[in-house]
Each structure stands twice: as C-alpha cells, then as structure tokens.
Design a protein around this ligand. Sequence first.
Ligand SMILES: Nc1ncnc2c1ncn2[C@@H]1O[C@H](COP(=O)(O)OP(=O)(O)OP(=O)(O)O)[C@@H](O)[C@H]1O
Ligand SMILES: O=c1[nH]c(=O)c2[nH+]cn([C@@H]3O[C@H](COP(=O)(O)O)[C@@H](O)[C@H]3O)c2[nH]1
Ligand SMILES: NC(=O)CC[C@H](N)C(=O)O
Ligand SMILES: [Mg+2]
Length: 523
Amino acid sequence: MDKILILDFGSQVTQLIARRVREAHVYCELHPYDMPIEDIRAFAPTGIILSGGPNSVYESDYQANPALLTLGVPVLGICYGMQWMAHALGGRVDAGHVREFGYAEVHTVSSRLFNGLEDKTLPNGEHVLEVWMSHGDKVSQLPAGFTVIGSNPSCPIAAMADEHRHFYGVQFHPEVTHTRKGREMLHRFVLDICGAQPSWTMPNYIDEAVRKIREQVGEEEVILGLSGGVDSSVAAALIHRAIGDQLTCVFVDHGLLRLNEAEMVMEMFARNLGVKVVHVDASADFMQKLAGETDPEKKRKIIGAEFVEVFQRESGKLTNAKWLAQGTIYPDVIESAGAKTKKAHTIKSHHNVGGLPEDMNLKLLEPLRELFKDEVRELGVALGLPHDMVYRHPFPGPGLGVRILGEVKQTYADLLRQADAIFIEELRNTKDEQGVSWYDKTSQAFAVFLPVKSVGVMGDGRTYDYVVALRAVVTSDFMTAHWAELPYSLLGRASNRIINEVKGINRVVYDVSGKPPATIEWE
Ligand SMILES: Nc1ncnc2c1ncn2[C@@H]1O[C@H](COP(=O)(O)OP(=O)(O)OP(=O)(O)O)[C@@H](O)[C@H]1O
Ligand SMILES: O=c1[nH]c(=O)c2[nH+]cn([C@@H]3O[C@H](COP(=O)(O)O)[C@@H](O)[C@H]3O)c2[nH]1
Ligand SMILES: NC(=O)CC[C@H](N)C(=O)O
Ligand SMILES: [Mg+2]
C-alpha cells in the first residue's frame, strides 16, 4: 500500500493535512518532525509532507533530519515546512516586515502542482490562486535547483519548486478550506506527483484489519468494554468479524445510562450481530460509591475506579483472556502524544478504562488507532451496524453522573433520563426542507439535572420542583463548541413536554454558553 508520511512541526492544523490525504484514499501517518531517519526509511513513504509550525527556522531546534531530502521521494513543504526545506537546502529565510495572516492572492507560473487549479485569470493572462496565509517569516533566497512558482507583493517567494527532484514548497496553507483549491493541490501532490494509488478504501481496510487482528490475537481471548457509543461499537463489530467467539464484550450498566440504553445495546449486539455480550448491572455498586459525593472531580475518579473494578472482575471469569480491546481512534492518539509534551491544566479527568492496573496483565488491542471519527463511522456502516447507531452523538463514559450536578441520586437519574429522552426525541422529529433533523445538525445534545427547586403553578396548584437545563452544541472537534441556535418552537415543545410528562420537573432552561469559556458537559 502506498503511504504518505506527514512530519509535524507543531502547526495547529496538521491534522487537516492528514484528513485531505485520506480523502484522496491514500493512507498516511502523522509523526513528529524529528522522526529518526531509520524509522522514515522503514516506513517507506511514497511521499513526504512537512507541516507548518510556530517557530522560526533560523533560530529554532525544530530541525528535521536533512537526510529525508535524499530518499528520492517527492516532498511538499507547507509554511514552516517550506521554510525548513529552503533552509536545509542552502536557501535563506528571514523575518518579513509584514506578517501575513488570512486571505491572500498568489500569482502563479506553470508548475505541476498548480496547473489547471488557478481560481482566476487576469486580463494580462496571469493566473491567480486564492489562498490562506499565516506567517511572519519568508523564504528570501531560493536553494539551488528551485524556481519561484507563486508570488505576491508581500511574499515574492510564495511557492517554489524543484520539479526535477519533485520538491515543492508553499508559504500558504493548502490544508485549510479557505485556500479554495487547497484540497485539489494536495491531491495533485499525492496522486500525480507522488503517484500514490488511491487504495485506502473501507473494504480494503476491513480485509487488512481482520488479517492483522487474527495474526495478533491467535487463539487467545479478547475482552472489550462496550459502551454503546460509536468507537467501542465499531471496534466490537470489527474484532467480531475477525475472531468471532474469541471476543467477549462487557457492557457496564452503572445506573447512569440513557433511557433504554442497556436494552438497545444488548438487542443490537447479542441478538442482531451474534456478539457475546456480558451485561453487568453494577448500578448498585456505583450508586453506593457515589452516595454523598458532590465534587465533580471526585465523582469522576470514583466512576473511573469502579469501571476498572468491574473489568478486572469480568476478565477474571474468562479462561484465556489475554487482550483488552479499546476503541481508541486517531485523534486520541495524537492528543495523548501532544499531552506528553504540553503542560496543560487538567480541566476534567476523563474516565479512561485504558488506565490498566499492573496486575491486570492484558495486552492492548486497538484496531481503530489509525482512523478519524468519520472514517470510523464509515467503517461501522460497512460492517453492518445500523446508521442510527453509527451517527449517534457521543456519550461520556461517566454518563449521567456528570449531568446530575452535585450528589448523584437514583431519583434524580430517573427524572433526567426521561427529560433527556424527550429532548432527543423532539430533536429527531424536527426536519428541515432537506429532511435533515436538528439531531443531525447538532454535534451533541442532552439534558442536565439541576438539584435546585423553584416554584411553579400547574392546574391551579402550587408546585415546588427541580430544574432541567437543555444543552445542544455544534462543533467539529469537541475542543471548542458553539451553542446550537435551535428554533424557539422546538425549545418550546421540548420544554412543554418535559414539564407535562416528567413529574418532578417544573422548569426548563436552555444553556447559551460556548466552549470556551464553558465546557460541553456541566461537570
Ligand atoms: N458503560 C460502559 N460499559 C463498558 N465500557 C464502557 C462504558 N462506557 C465507556 N466505556 C469504555 O470507555 C471507552 C471510552 O468511551 P468514549 O465515550 O470515549 O468512547 P465510545 O463510547 O466508544 O464512543 P463515543 O465517543 O461515540 O461515545 C469506550 O470505548 C468503552 O470501552
Ligand atoms: O468518554 C468520555 N469520558 C469522560 O469522562 C468525558 N467527559 C467529557 N466527555 C466528552 O468529551 C467532550 C468534551 O467535553 P467537555 O467540553 O465537557 O470537556 C464531550 O463530547 C463530552 O461528552 C467525556 N467522554
Ligand atoms: N504557519 C507557519 O508555519 C509559520 C511559520 C513561521 N513560524 C512563520 O511565522 O513564518
Ligand atoms: Mg461514549
């Protein structure tokens, strides 16, 4: 299989390069800029893309190994990547007088990278690209063998090429959508210049993944924590395809699941897909451990620890369980690699079954490690999971535990489950002219239980009941989010139904906070 190697110099948008390459059905991996040259050789890339980055090449330790320019494969440098290439090959990079940030126009001359992709042609016959720039430094002198293939007044060397060696550099960012023909440029590089075969398709991927899982696992047994969420469900379906009954899934009901969740998950996996699922009702244990605790972080830690308990207990019941499977996906991998080097504040301790206790002695099986979320969804559909399950909103492991503010009580969980189900039903029922529901137009939506009481009047009688907050957000990566501008009529219907149908709730409010400064979940 042809593979593109992306070396990351620390740009905020490096992941997008990988997305664009994958969209051309070419496999790629993202690695740190200082990947050892032996590893690069072993990876055997069909082409290399160098990302942008925050540093200045003339004063920075962020230097890749120049030997990667002697491998005989095409190289595309983007922004810092172009500057590094110029620097490493004997050109010059200087601090510019003006920082260019945002929309820019680049005038081009004929090159394999740009030909036919220009956005407009001027009366004098010059071609122009509409691009997005974000830089302060610029290449001021070309390395030997290069020519200028794109320029503008503030950046005379906005793109350069050595077509003989198949080296290209662009000062702008083709990976962001603001560069109008950016996707086509990256596809041009990968498919035409590198000559990579577009063979990264789901059916091929399934065959390959199944073969690998069989080879890894052999005759041993695998257990997997099944949450009913997208990632663990798709991982379960894939591993089941590979090793059938050697897989046992453990679905933990902590008493903090959505309405009918347990039945739905059991029905789908055990009955429809023939996957072995152990349904562990641990709700009494979780509730007991959580009793009296009001601190969000402590609640999260209690839930996390209890999860591990259950897994350990269940794996002990199997005879030959040597593997723990997880639905880790590519953004998780990149994020945790980043987390090792960055000193970030802990906002929330995400529960993580991956924190394996030492005495558990299970090896990790993570067949989705290379996939992005939408690829995981595509895979799920290809494996026969129903569309509705695969396109569900994510649901956090601690479940309603982080949506009941303060102390978790069974009665609160029951009220919240009902309110949440009504809200989701109303979102699903509202379709626009294209037939798209508000559920599909939002990235995540749910109800939150507020343990405060307010006064109301129903049927001429006084009520003194709890409050539910509705939350719906739009986001692509869950790192930042906008609150969803739901129609008033939809909010009105959800509110009416919740107050009428859920005895114990007499007030509904809508959360209009973005992330940041708020977070998506309330705890
Ligand atoms: N109720 C549960 N029972 C068993 N395992 C669980 C449960 N909740 C979470 N997990 C485990 O924790 C992992 C992480 O949860 P996470 O919510 O990130 O992923 P997911 O549920 O698979 O997908 P999604 O992002 O769509 O919710 C899951 O893959 C699963 O292995
Ligand atoms: O599996 C999970 N375990 C957790 O402990 C957890 N906490 C938050 N989330 C989900 O992460 C996304 C971002 O949430 P926040 O803005 O609240 O941090 C949102 O999608 C949240 O639902 C979790 N998922
Ligand atoms: N986005 C980038 O890669 C910027 C590269 C370099 N830090 C500059 O300012 O020019
Ligand atoms: Mg989940």
